[in-house]
Every structure is written in C-alpha cells, then in structure tokens.
Design a protein around this ligand. Sequence first.
Ligand code: GLY
Length: 439
Amino acid sequence: MNILIIGSGAREHAIAIALHRSPQQPHLYCCGTSTNPGIKQMAHDYWTGDITDVTTITKLAKEWQISLAIIGPEAPLEKGLADALWQSAIPTIGPKKSLARIETSKSFARELMQKNKIPGLPRYHVFDSMNGVENFLQSLGEGNYVVKANGLMGGKGVRVAGDHLHSIADAISFCKEIFAAKQTVVIEEKFIGQEFSFMCFCDGEHIVPMPLVQDHKRAFVDDKGPNTGGMGSYSDANHSLPFLTPKDWEDAWQMNQAVYHALQAECGEKYIGVLYGSFIATRDGVSVIEFNARFGDPEALNVLTILESDFVAICQAMVTGSLIKEQVKFASDATVCKYAVPQGYPDAPVKSVQIEICAVKNKSCLYLSAVDTMDGKIYLTGSRTAAYVGVANSLPAAEEIAEKEIRGVSGPLFHREDIGTERLIQHRVDEMRRLRGND
Ligand code: GLY
C-alpha cells in the first residue's frame, strides 16, 4: 500500500513514524517543502517543492500509485488539494476546500456557530472596511479584544489585546494592515483562561476523540516573548489536563461534535480528517478560540507518539466511513514535547547553520522539522527545528526525559525549559482555581 504524506515538518514526521510502525508495512511517499531526513529515511520517494501546487502533487500521486494521502498543513487544504486527490480516486485524510473553511475563514467558522446556536461563541463582528471598527473596539472595552485576519496569514493573522495590541490605536493600525493585505477582519471579545487543544478523528459519519493537549505559544520561559508556531506541549496520562474538570471535557466534546455535524450539513460534504477545536476554559465555562482542519503542531506529536492502534487501519477506516472508537487506543501515559528552535526565532532566526542530533539517546521520539539536508548534514531553515516527546507514567517523569533529550540537539538553538514542569503546570491549575473563584 502506497501512502503519500504532504508536508515535511515535525507533525508530518510524527505521521510518518506512526504509519511506518503499522503491521501493514505501507510504502511511504512524501511531498515536502524541504528534505526532512527523518521522513526521507522511511520514504520510497520524496519530492520537494511548493506543497500548495495542487496540479503537480496530484500528478505525482497518480504516478506513484498512491492509495491513501494524508495532508499535514492547512495551506494545501485551502487550495483544494483534498478535492483534487479525491477526484483522482485517491482517498485523502484532510477535508475538502469548502469544509476546510472552518479553519481558513474565521468569519465562516463564527457564522456557522451562530447559525447553529453552538455555545462557546464570543461577541464578534466581521468588517470589510474600517467603518465601525473603532466603535466596536470601544464597545468591547480597552484590553478586551482580539483582532483576526479572516483568512490564513502564515500564522501572523491574530493579535490579542494586552499581548500584542496595547491600545485601540494599535488595534486600528493592525486592522489597516489586514485590509492592505486584501483580507477582511474579524474582531472578537477576548477570553481569559487556560487554552487547550481537542483533536478528533472524523470519517464523515463518526467522530472519535484524541487526548487533550496544551500548547505553549510564547517564545520564552513563563509565557514571555512573541507568539510562535508553538514551543512545546503536554498531555496527561488520563487524556485530560490538570486544570480541567470532567464537565469542561464534556462541554468541549459536545462543541466539537456540534461543529462537525453543522459543518457537514452546511457544505453537503463528508468531513474526513482531523477536526481540532482550540478551546479556552474560562470563569464562565468553555469557549471556542478557533477550529482547525488538521492535526495541531506540536499536538500531533504528543498524541501520535502514544497511539497504540494501527494508524494505517485508522486512516483506512476514516476514508471508508467505518471508524469506531474502539479502534482508536492511546497509551495511558503522560507526554511532554519540547521544541528546539533557532536563536532569534521567530523574528530573526538563524538559518543555514548545521546542527547535530547524535547526542539524542532515544531517537524514536525525536521529530525533525524546519531542517534541510545536504551531503548527509542537517541544516536549519529558520523555523522550529526539532521536537522531542518524553513519554512516562507521570508529567514530571515525561518532562525530565524531554528536557534531557532536547539538549542533545546541538547548534545555535534554544528551547523552553519550563514546558511540562510541575511549577508551570501548578501555576496554570492555580490560575484556573482563582478564575473559578475556588480560592
Ligand atoms: N498548535 C497550534 C496549531 O497547530 O495551530
């Protein structure tokens, strides 16, 4: 069986490893933006280029006689790669273009929730000009807004009051930047609380939950510094998170299911792939930050590392509408993922410098990301470099493994030493207790 992976980051490396350990021994193929040596060593063939080039990738998939494709990032979904592959009779994990709007259009996602009375919606407004922007910001109140570009902006399309926007004037100038980039704007009320990621496998009929994960967006220790693609993440052995109640889990699960069904009804298409709800637990319950149409990165690394079931069989069930929850088993282990990133990341990252991974003792949980290879050597390409996932029966033990091993990736790099530590997690639990008025 020939399986094509689209994308070449750590998320796709984790997907490749999960497929590679299947007893079905699939032949892996990859279309990536650079040569990820971790994926390359498992792949029968590997193409590098523009992974949003739908025509070229579909042609290659046919040449390679691909029987299943998995799309990692959102950009090819937005371009309709899943539609083109299905049209060529290649079953694909990753929703078609109209369904992917749940991620690629912030206004579509909010309007779908509103139309279907799905809870967790903030006060929001969509703008196609500056008319009314200032009034709406004023009505939300200073420090209480989030400004989002309606479409994808390479991870730079969301700014939050307090974190990146320090006045209504800042918010207005960001809106102008978005309009200059020919996008519309969504302004929302800001939520205060703890964020978490809740991903589900979807087959167009059924929806099956994965363990919950918490990502860390800020670059530096103690959640300081600029926003990044995610510096690391953790999941707990009970598949929930230490600051959540069983009701929080249930409420988020209900919202994921409601959005899944509403989205399919709205588009008249089956959603086949991963639906990833990004939620926030607040004083008043769980709310929705956004939805994504793919595995999270780094969240995929946490969950796929502890997936005990055959991932190829899960994918086959997803594309045939026959997925049952008993088919999806995760180990009852805690995981801590830490990313090593180039010095200067995210604003002015070091690039094209060689790194070494030989000091990493157990490479089976090392996932390579924004790297390229030349003459057998590994070079930085400027984004997140490599992640290590520590797995153990408790969070402190998983953190110790991840911390020790990520230090084995050497070069002009840094990582967040605090991710997964008892101190940081306890701080999150205390914050949540304080918000809920339990102190
Ligand atoms: N963890 C953030 C993302 O994948 O979008």
